[in-house]
Design a binder for this molecule. Structure first.
Ligand SMILES: NC(=O)c1ccc[n+]([C@@H]2O[C@H](COP(=O)([O-])OP(=O)(O)OC[C@H]3O[C@@H](n4cnc5c(N)ncnc54)[C@H](O)[C@@H]3O)[C@@H](O)[C@H]2O)c1
Length: 271
């Protein structure tokens, strides 16, 4: 939804991982509402064109040096930062032990663990620390952390990813307490199943199927069929349903909301 349904004119928002997926939808919705948007991503958005309201910086959220330089560049272009959307995140479905003894590559390795914790947890901390220094100076701002229902409820075959998303919820609650006295709100958003169907040879889907004791060639459509029975609203969510919540949370209409993680899950209660 790109209509200016909520007014974010004059606000500058950083979106990490805004080159594709949910982050791309968030960046587009924020822009549609009038905000200046700066995307920090390791991948370049397709058809990217810089204009007076848009900035893309190729940078890795795990790097303190790159985040400090990126924040400086945003302040040089837009004058300040009002919002940060910690959207960049990675997942590799992995089981703790290869129970079925057929696919050792789908057992959680130290490298998988370091990769997920590195991007999701350390990366979120690194960029937030750099941006908070700017918000702290003016005693105003909002930080939105992308968690996941997997982080609130657990998810079979995704223990490490779930743990990083539970950690994000911990950051939200703790940073809200630390930063509230300085006028900075911190809110979590926890999507669940969204309508993004990858190709059925997608390695992530094969690993996820294996971790659930299914045939590795299970078609993504079957996942959606199964999920439908656990989603009271009977369908996966749309990207704009996540993006719209974020626009609202960035706006002053959400001025008394902090320290909580809001599920965008159609009421899903088991994963
Ligand atoms: N897809 C879902 O159904 C779902 C559900 C719940 C939560 N989430 C969360 O939403 C967020 C976005 O998910 P998505 O499905 O759009 O993911 P995606 O893989 O489509 O996009 C992630 C983006 O993050 C970028 N990125 C990855 N590592 C980075 C790094 N080190 N530094 C900077 N950028 C980096 C990627 O280049 C990419 O543009 C993630 O935090 C994810 O955990 C997704």
């Amino acid at each position: 939804m790109n209509s200016k349904w909520i007014d974010l004119e004059g606000k500058t928002v950083v979106v990490t991982g805004g080159a594709m997926g949910i982050g791309e939808a968030i960046a587009a919705d924020l822009k549609g509402c009038g905000a200046n948007v700066a995307v920090f991503d390791v991948s370049e958005p397709k058809d990217y064109k810089e204009d007076e309201h848009t900035l893309f910086i190729k940078a890795d959220i795990r790097s303190k040096t790159e985040m400090e330089a990126a924040v400086k560049q945003v302040v040089q272009k837009f004058g300040t930062i009002d919002g940060l959307v910690n959207n960049a995140g990675v997942t590799r479905p992995r089981i703790l032990v290869d129970y079925y003894k057929q696919r050792p590559q789908y057992e959680l390795s130290e490298e998988d663990f370091d990769f997920m914790v590195g991007v999701n947890q350390k990366g979120t901390f690194t960029v937030t620390q750099a941006v908070t220094r700017v918000m702290f100076e003016k005693k105003d701002g909002v930080i939105i952390n992308m968690s996941s229902c997997a982080g609130l409820m657990g998810s079979r075959g995704h223990s490490c990813y779930s743990a990083t998303k539970a950690a994000i919820h911990g950051f939200t609650m703790s940073w809200a307490k630390e930063l509230g006295p300085f006028g900075i709100r911190v809110v979590g958003v926890a999507p669940d199943i969204l309508d993004r169907t990858p190709a059925n040879n997608d390695e992530k889907y094969r690993a996820q199927a294996y971790g659930r004791g299914w045939d590795v060639d299970t078609k993504p459509e079957k996942f959606f069929e199964n999920y439908k029975s656990s989603i009271p609203l009977g369908r996966p969510g749309h990207l704009y349903e996540v993006a719209d919540l974020i626009c609202y949370l960035v706006s002053s209409h959400a001025s008394y909301i902090t320290g909580v993680t809001i599920p965008v899950s159609g009421g899903k209660s088991k994963g």
